[in-house]
Design a protein around this ligand. Structure first.
Ligand code: SF4
Ligand code: SF4
Length: 397
């Protein structure tokens, strides 16, 4: 969902009766498959299984979940259905049946819906990609930049790199999406891990003619080694150093409002500049407010990342939402993010996450993430000043 829609939704929901907003969701995160064909060295989800038995959602649960989703969706707003955590295309045919069921139900109820799937890209082929594009499904490919860096981490169970297959399918889908009129989209997500620098990833995507991509730092996880988790702060600091160099370089090159069409690089810089330009604040994430996640057993959580912590199970598709647990979660997240209200960088801060480290509390997570969110906001704000001055310079006759 675009941030603009979220902004609109937040203000619209504030005017709705409280009893109605409490159990209505517009963003659904569906863990359809709890398994993966790869064995990435930094995998933070236990190869998609999140510590549970590997498997995928039964057809019966798909039908029940479809009814559940549309019973808890506002009648007057579009909804987003995201498939991530495990590798959804391990069960491609079953996924297509489920996606078609959701699309049919949305059509019958007059509710517009968008389906997107995060994938490692290795189980696709032209026939499958064409069927996905035909259905208007958006794909996010996880590709970590140059082959040598990607293959160090993203391996199959025999230790073989997955780059060639993933990039070939990404190229194919990207070409399909430029021709497709049905709303399909093709996005890239690169993990900056212990082996990677953002500075190595940026030129790779520019060489592929990709203007904007998502770059994320490898987070701590109960499935990663102690050494990997200990390196998290160092990875963040290196990421910020590269982030600043790139932001300043782009600010010298571009101007306002030219950056809106000419910016290239990681999305985070563009997003903050755009917020400064449009004076539109990024809200906190929707976890447990307008976002709900579900696993293959039908258990409900406030978001995908919180599936790793059983404390935050807030119900089940069969038994319904545990209202008390959900309210407890909402109260804790409100408390954890209280400091944002008086924060000077609030208008353009990318905001922290409540669930980066599943072992930590919501408040501990938010505090640590807040430090890095503030650094990002500061870098983007300083570079935006340079960007704005460049405009003045370029208009001097
Ligand atoms: S593709 Fe994703 S779920 Fe699969 S092993 Fe790699 S990081 Fe884990
Ligand atoms: S810097 Fe921290 S307190 Fe300030 S808006 Fe961002 S997340 Fe909230």
């Amino acid at each position: 969902m675009s941030e603009e829609k979220r902004d609109t939704q937040t203000s619209a929901s504030q005017t709705r009766p409280r009893a109605d907003i409490a159990l209505r969701f517009t963003e659904w995160q569906i863990g359809f498959v709890q398994d993966c064909n790869l064995r990435c060295t930094y995998c933070g989800t236990g190869y998609g299984a999140t510590g549970k038995k590997p498997g995928y959602m039964t057809e019966d649960l798909c039908r029940r979940l479809t009814a559940f989703v549309f019973a808890h969706t506002p009648e007057d707003q579009p909804i987003e259905l995201g498939f991530s955590v495990g590798e959804t295309f391990l069960h491609y045919e079953a996924f297509i049946r489920f996606a078609d069921l959701l699309r049919r139900e949305g059509h019958d109820k007059g509710i517009s819906l968008k389906i997107h799937v995060s994938t490692n890209g290795t189980l696709l082929n032209p026939e499958r990609l064409e069927a996905l594009a035909e259905r208007g499904i958006a794909l996010t490919f996880s590709i970590d930049g140059p082959q040598i860096l990607h293959d160090q981490c993203r391996k199959d169970p025999l230790g073989r790199g997955s780059f060639e297959r993933a990039i070939e399918n990404w190229r194919y889908y990207r070409a399909l999406c430029t021709r497709n009129q049905r709303g399909s989209a093709c996005v890239v997500h690169s993990v900056v891990s212990e082996h990677t620098r953002l500075a190595d990833v940026i030129p790779f995507w520019l060489e592929q003619d990709l203007t904007i991509f998502d770059a994320v730092v490898q987070n701590p996880s109960s499935f990663a080694s102690a050494e990997q988790n200990d390196g998290w702060h160092r990875r963040q600091e290196l990421f910020l150093a590269d982030f600043e160099s790139w932001a300043m370089e782009q600010a010298q090159r571009l101007n306002v409002p030219g950056f809106l069409s000419e910016y290239t690089g990681p999305r985070q810089i563009f997003d903050i500049w755009q917020r400064l330009f449009l004076e539109r604040e990024k809200p906190l994430c929707g976890a447990g407010l307008y976002t709900l996640a579900v696993d293959i057993d039908g258990d409900l959580y406030p978001c995908d990342a919180l599936k790793l912590n059983p404390k935050w199970r807030v119900g089940n598709v069969i038994d319904g939402i545990d209202r008390d647990r959900l309210m407890q979660f909402r109260a804790e997240r409100h408390q954890a993010s209280h400091q944002c209200q008086s924060c000077e960088v609030k208008p353009y801060c990318p905001k922290s996450c409540f669930a980066m480290d599943p072992e930590a509390s919501l408040a501990e997570n938010f505090d640590v993430g807040c430090y890095y969110a503030k650094q990002c906001a500061d870098i983007a704000s300083r570079s935006y000043t340079v960007l704005s001055k460049c405009k003045e310079k370029k208009h001097v006759p």
